[in-house]
Design a protein around this ligand. Structure first.
Ligand SMILES: Cc1cc2nc3c(=O)[nH]c(=O)nc-3n(C[C@H](O)[C@H](O)[C@H](O)COP(=O)(O)OP(=O)(O)OC[C@H]3O[C@@H](n4cnc5c(N)ncnc54)[C@H](O)[C@@H]3O)c2cc1C
Length: 466
């Protein structure tokens, strides 16, 4: 980009956002050329600038500027996605950081809704709602830092997905700045709405490729009265999976149904000792919730069913401290994996629940064959498996083995009619696999939708598909 043109754009950005809300320092821009995907690619560029809007009209002015000057726009929450969804792929990209649009605009306890700006931290939203005994269930494991705009654009999930669904199930209405600068609402702040096509769901999970979300109305529910956390150990993954089926068929809907494999247990114990039993192949982390009077009964039923399915140990938490200790261990699992090798790549697959043992064993075997360290955890209730591969991205030989390993795993998941992502999205990193999974007709349809909404390809170009 020519220096004169660059300077004139910088000046226009400063006139829209003010000097304090525009970053152009090269060192600071370097930070924004990464996200949690760890991707190394010569296609990834430093952004040309980062801007921090404080309202929708600043975003609108930016979109109009991008149209006029042929710039690309990449919306960014806090950059914790695992698939390169918010890295820049050309040197005329501007990152829109939403950290300054962080207001909880209105909690409506009558309608059971909350209106938020995209920069609200997910955990802060939950805490504020909790003060009114309200609950927003989606809980990406990094909810302490991730922003609601990122969670909506990525259609994030988390451990509570099995009983409560994921972000997509809670979005009623979005304010979006379209690529042509128009500001629309995709729906109404109502719990039911079938006015034509479901535009809201089109934008949920679209990874910032169709427009910029500047406000959201979310559904909330009453907080359950009580809960408890149970850890259950098994000698095989099959036994753990059988226990899960047995629990569900006895009409217990745990609010959380998580699986950790032996490598995950060992890795957590190595770096964040939490008293987990590392001699077992599989551990279920279960949370039950509901009226206080039902919790002890639910725990006892779960315990009996698990022992009937060959559980080796069932530990029911006795107090809040014990519950919190278990949750800290689970939420530390990714951080612990990062200590096994210089880098970690977090993966995300979904299979129909009956294929969980087969899928887990297949991933373990393929990784073993290629010499790749893997810790597998997942939201087993949803059939959602997260292998975390620990490796060195600078080791060419290891990366070649990893790429072969990953391709093989993806082929097997597709053979099982599974999905190559349940919550992390496609981004830049999985774009090479999506056609294999969903087929060329679906890809063409998606590309046509993108082309109608964003004919100049301004919004987060070259993500989801090439
Ligand atoms: C340790 C760890 C644990 C995780 N656990 C989970 C989990 O349990 N479940 C899960 O689903 N995910 C999980 N993730 C993945 C990721 O954190 C989530 O997808 C998260 O919701 C992303 O939020 P973010 O604020 O970091 O968004 P970013 O990574 O900054 O952005 C994500 C996408 O949203 C787009 N975007 C952001 N804001 C907007 C906006 N206002 N308008 C339009 N597009 C926008 C970006 O362009 C990008 O495509 C985890 C990640 C980490 C690092």
């Amino acid at each position: 980009m020519k220096v004169k043109f660059k300077n004139s754009i910088h000046n226009e950005l400063i006139s829209i956002f003010g000097k304090d809300n525009v970053l152009i320092d090269q060192h600071q821009l370097y930070v924004y050329s990464h996200d949690c995907s760890n991707i190394r690619s010569k296609n990834i560029k430093k952004p040309f600038a980062v801007v921090f809007p404080i309202d929708v009209y600043q975003v609108q002015k930016l979109v109009l500027l991008a149209n006029e000057k042929h710039l690309s726009l990449v919306a960014r929450g806090i950059g914790t996605n695992h698939v390169g969804s918010c890295v820049c792929l050309n040197d005329s990209s501007i990152i829109i950081s939403f950290i300054k649009m962080d207001k909880i605009i209105k909690i409506n306890p009558i309608n059971l809704t909350v209106e938020v700006e995209p920069g609200v931290v997910v955990e802060n939203l939950q805490k504020e709602l909790g003060k009114q005994d309200l609950f927003f269930p989606p809980d990406p494991s990094n909810q302490k830092v991730s922003l609601i705009g990122g969670a909506i654009a990525q259609s994030a999930g988390g451990p509570r997905g099995f009983k409560y669904g994921t972000v997509k199930d809670y979005v009623l209405n979005l304010e979006v700045v379209l690529p042509n600068g128009e500001i629309i609402e995709t729906g109404k702040n109502c719990h039911k709405n079938v006015e034509g096509y479901n535009l809201t769901q089109l934008f949920v999970g679209s990874e910032g490729t169709l427009g910029v979300i500047t406000k959201a109305t979310l559904k909330v529910i009453p907080q359950s009265e009580a809960n408890n956390v149970i850890l259950i150990y098994f000698e095989t993954i099959d036994e753990a999976a059988n226990a899960v089926c047995s629990i569900i068929s006895h009409h217990i809907m745990p609010s959380v149904l998580e699986l950790m494999d032996n490598n995950t247990l060992k890795t957590i114990e190595k770096f964040k000792p939490s008293g987990l039993k590392t001699q077992y192949e599989a551990c279920l982390l279960l949370e039950v919730d509901g009226f206080a009077s039902t919790i002890a009964q639910q725990c006892e039923t779960v315990k009996t069913l698990c022992y009937n399915n060959n559980a080796k140990d069932v530990i029911i938490s006795q107090n809040d401290e014990e519950k919190e200790k278990i949750w800290i261990a689970r939420r530390s699992s990714f951080a612990c994996c990062t200590k096994l090798a210089p880098n970690v790549i977090a993966d995300d697959f979904v299979v129909s629940r009956e294929f969980i043992p087969l899928a887990v064993k297949t991933i373990q075997n393929i990784c073993k064959k290629h010499g790749i360290i893997v810790c597998i955890m997942g939201h087993i209730g949803d059939g959602n498996i997260h292998p975390n591969y620990a490796l060195d991205l600078n080791d060419e030989n290891e990366m070649n083995r990893f790429n072969a390993c990953r391709s093989e795993i993806i082929d097997e998941i597709i053979k099982l009619k599974g999905s190559i992502t349940g919550e992390h999205g496609i981004g830049f990193e999985k774009a090479k696999y999506i056609e294999k999974s969903i087929g060329s007709v679906n890809i063409q349809l998606m590309k046509s939708i993108k082309n109608i909404i964003d004919p100049k390809n301004i919004m987060n170009p070259n993500k989801i598909f090439k």
